[in-house]
Design a protein around this ligand. Structure first.
Ligand code: ZN
Length: 169
C-alpha cells in the first residue's frame, strides 16, 4: 500500500483542460495550419488566426526571416490583416488564436486593438506575456483586458517548435 500521498497523486492522469469551443477549435486549427506553411517557407513555425462570428477572417505566420524584421510576429500580422478586413481599428468582437503565447510586443498590440478573446497553444516561459513572464493581457491597470485561455492544443503547437529547433541544430 502506498502511504505517500504525493507519490500516489503522481499516478493520476494530468488534469484535463476544458474542451475548446467550436470557434476556438476552428481558430487553433487554422493557426496550426498556417504555422506549418510558415515552416515550409523557412520561418519559425508560429501561426495565428482571427475568428469573427464563427469565420476565420485573417491568418498569418511569422515573417521575421522574409521581412528581416524581428517584430513580424504571426499574431501582430493577423491582427493587422483582420483590422483591414473589418475596416476597423478595434477587434473587440474577435477571437485571436495563436500557437505560442504572445510576447510583450504582441500582448501590447492585443490590448491596443482591444481584442475580445485570446486563445493560445504553447506557453513561452522565456517571453510569454500572457501569464508566463508577466500578464499584459489581464493587467489590472490597463484599460482593456482580454479573455484568455492558454494551453489549447498545446502539445501540437509546442511539438512544431521543438522539432523545428531540433532540426536546425
Ligand atoms: Zn510577439
Amino acid at each position: 500500500m502506498c502511504t505517500n500521498s504525493t507519490r500516489y497523486l503522481s499516478f493520476l492522469p494530468a488534469p484535463k483542460r476544458p474542451p475548446l469551443d467550436a470557434e476556438a477549435q476552428l481558430g487553433m486549427e487554422a493557426a496550426l495550419n498556417i504555422a506549418r506553411q510558415g515552416e515550409a517557407a523557412g520561418e519559425v513555425p508560429v501561426g495565428a488566426a482571427v475568428v469573427v462570428d464563427g469565420n476565420v477572417i485573417a491568418v498569418a505566420h511569422n515573417e521575421t526571416v522574409r521581412g528581416k524584421d524581428l517584430t513580424q510576429h504571426a499574431e501582430l500580422l493577423a491582427m493587422r490583416r483582420a483590422m483591414r478586413e473589418l475596416d476597423s481599428d478595434r477587434l473587440d468582437s474577435a477571437l485571436l488564436c495563436v500557437t505560442l503565447e504572445p510576447c510583450a510586443q504582441c500582448a501590447g498590440a492585443i490590448v491596443l486593438a482591444r481584442v475580445g478573446r485570446v486563445v493560445f497553444g504553447a506557453y513561452d516561459p522565456k517571453a510569454g506575456m500572457a501569464g508566463s513572464v508577466g500578464d499584459l493581457l489581464r493587467h489590472p491597470q490597463l484599460n482593456h483586458r482580454a479573455q484568455v485561455m492558454g494551453g489549447a492544443m498545446e502539445s501540437e503547437c509546442g511539438r512544431l517548435l521543438v522539432d523545428f529547433f531540433r532540426k536546425r541544430r
